[in-house]
Design a protein around this ligand. Structure first.
Ligand code: 13P
Length: 255
């Protein structure tokens, strides 16, 4: 059995003061949700204050990115050692990083290895753009991202990480994939690729999330799908009541 997993990707939102307010609004409600792994991913500047508020709770903390080197002359970057001071998770390869900041399967792979070295659990994002989908390339793109991003890992490492299927055209657009279609991609393409590379047992052990316009009104339909184990939530994670409702839906309906 895979424990349901719901993470909030705050993206580039919330000052320290705003972050504290948001966490205070959701803390009790989120802690009351049982049987679901819950993770908040504020921007780097929010890691320290949010870590302090989450200490002693069952809510995890994640960063949204990091460099792969431990330290050095990389102006503007944050290292895995620095992230690991506060967080247990790190989102890697988000489509916004691939699209706007030149992230490639190769850099994602270096970061995934660095995460394991520092006891961080990577949340590795994959997904096709609208152009790729319309050109019939969805499967090839996702297969390449899974294969490239996870290259060189052991089966044990793969089994312990989290993958997120985020069709790029569904992110921040209000146009979610249909739950059935998302499940098909997760089952056939993501778990299928994992099985070919790391074995069926590993493919069945990995938690795979759906991301892209997940809201309280549609979350349960995704969680009811047998191969979808939770959600990576953007916009709705910035509203305390909505994020708590989505986590609760995962507790109630995880398939
Ligand atoms: P939205 O939920 O705002 O569509 O964002 C999804 C996402 O990119 C989470 O990482």
């Amino acid at each position: 059995m895979r424990t349901p997993f719901v993470a909030g990707n705050w993206k580039m939102h919330k000052t320290v003061e705003e972050a504290r307010l948001l966490v205070s609004e959701m803390l009790d409600g989120l802690q009351a949700v049982a049987g679901v792994e819950k993770v908040l991913c504020p921007p780097f500047t929010g890691l320290l204050p949010v870590a302090a508020m989450l200490a002693g709770t069952d809510i995890g903390l994640g960063a949204q990115n990091m460099h792969w080197e431990e330290e050095g002359a990389f102006t503007g970057e944050v290292s895995p050692r620095m992230v690991a001071e506060f967080a247990q998770f790190v989102i890697l390869g988000h489509s916004e990083r691939r699209a706007y900041f030149g992230e490639t399967d190769e850099t994602v792979n270096k970061k995934v290895h660095a995460a394991f070295k520092h006891n961080l659990t990577p949340i590795v994002c994959v997904g096709e753009t609208l152009e790729e989908r319309e050109a019939g390339q969805t499967e090839a793109v996702i297969r390449r991202q899974v294969e490239g991003g996870l290259a060189g890992l052991t089966s044990e490492q793969v089994a312990s990480l989290v993958l997120a299927y985020e069709p790029v055209w569904a992110i921040g657009t209000g146009k979610a994939a249909t739950p059935e279609e998302a499940n098909r991609v997760v089952k056939d393409v993501i778990r299928g690729t994992l099985a070919a590379l790391f074995g069926e047992e590993t493919a069945q052990a990995v938690r795979v999330l759906y991301g892209g316009s997940v809201k309280p009104h549609n979350a349960a339909e995704f969680f009811a799908q047998p191969d979808i184990d939770g959600a990576l939530v953007g916009g709705a994670s910035l509203k305390a009541d909505q994020f708590v409702a989505i986590a609760q839906a995962a507790a109630d309906t995880a398939g």
